[in-house]
Design a protein around this ligand. Sequence first.
Ligand code: FAD
Ligand code: NAD
Length: 465
Amino acid sequence: PPDQFEPDPSKKTLVVLGSGWGAISLLKKLDTENYNVIVVSPRNFFLFTPLLPSCTTGYIEHRSIMEPIRNILRHKKAAVKYYEAEATKIDYANKKVIIRDDSEVKSDRMETEVDFDMLVVGVGAENATFGIPGVRENSCFLKEVGDAQKIRKKIMDCVETAMFKGQSEEEVKRLLHMVVVGGGPTGVEFAGELQDFFQEDLLKWMPQIKDHFRVTLVEALPNVLPMFSKQLIDYTESSFKEEHIDIRTKTMVKNVTDTTIEAAITLPDGSKKTEIIPYGLLVWATGNAVRPIVKDLMGQIPAQKDERRGLKVNEYLVVKGTENVWAVGDCAIANYAPTAQVAAQEGAFLARLFNTMAKTDEIEKDLVDLSDRQATAKADERNEILNLITERQKQLRRIKQVGPFQYTHQGSLAYIGAEKAVADVSWFSGNIASGGTMTYLFWKSAYLSMCFSSKSLLVLCSPIY
Ligand code: FAD
Ligand code: NAD
């Protein structure tokens, strides 16, 4: 069968879980000739998440930010095995991963197991709901391509249902109230994109919705974008005001129904009041939560038992309490923010580390052979072998000098709508905070140049509505 996988017994089997920023960055730089590499992920493509908010309104076509994993892997020197499946359990003691093909196409064989010598967990995180009732049933998330498509459809459904014959004024107001919960970068970028869509398209198509279409951003903390500098937070808030996006800070959502959210608002005197806010579309963007497979693995490793946020890793990204498991990206706790920048750098670091480890293994084997030869060699050969040993030992020392992982922060960048962006960019040893249209052009060019293939670029440059 075409999927028969014959691992080379002389090489270790490296299993990589996930096809996101961390895993793909590792795979791109990994010398796959050194290992039997197996990739497991239910998503058969890499997703360029920074441009996902733009897909919700159709400004960017979703295909342009997807890169098929098969296309990435076909460029590798040695074949890499890929299984479109979800890892449902990591059996750490027995060095096995149980994988399940839960795709829509069903077959006789849905579940199997994969053995590993080395494992990289790069499964990302799921959407946090904090157990708030009604969130899962009634809101849209914004993490995957399917989420963006669902949002796009729902925006138009809300608008068209509001336009239905004989619709009451109260219902029109509710249906055209677009509520975004979470004032982190995901919520802010989506709110900006949505207001752009209203100003640039919806208003032209249906001027009669002008007085009722509203975007509200709800945030529990006193301000949005807590990771940006104060100056850029103020800039974003005033820019949203100009764009008529309503920001409701110190407003914590406690309950969600199919038509309303219930929020606890902290008033200036510190007292609290509860408000019921009707909505047509609800987008929930309150950050990350740990995936069940990661929680389960944490439960198997005593050194992980006090951690709640994900897999604690050491400075070489080794999962603490293990020797052969590494974690990258949003599922790893290494004291960095859960961003694509961090995940990509961690993936690239692991590739360097694994390439080095393979070379080290090879040289160590050579050294054993040379020592054996030296023991039985004639006197005139011994010097030559000794020189070879010294040379090999020098190589080994050089290679072993891979330092621990060090993250280089290149800055934070977010689109805030109306062709404006905010950027806190590291520049030599300082920081530059900028906001506005020039920053937007920088944002756009930075992401265009980062988009992976020329095919993606072509689609990206010709937005399809
Ligand atoms: P992901 O990229 O989420 O990949 C996880 C992978 O694991 C996926 O392929 C998934 O299918 C797979 N997977 C899940 N469960 C399993 C399982 N059980 N078994 C096997 N595979 C599994 N960061 C920035 O730095 N800049 C930005 O501008 C930015 N914009 C963003 C915009 C949005 C809308 C979102 C949602 C996030 C954004 N981020 C941004 C954050 C960034 O996307 C994440 O930090 C990054 O994706 C984390 O990479 P990762 O590899 O850990 O996880
Ligand atoms: P986040 O964790 O950054 O923000 C979530 C926000 O939701 C928080 O401010 C929190 O106070 C608020 N919140 C939580 N519960 C709430 C409730 N019940 N009611 C009201 N508000 C509530 O989440 P995110 O924006 O999804 O970002 C996740 C990660 O991805 C972050 O590390 C972020 O930096 C990264 N990211 C980066 C970019 C970018 O750089 N442009 C874009 C998107 C995401």
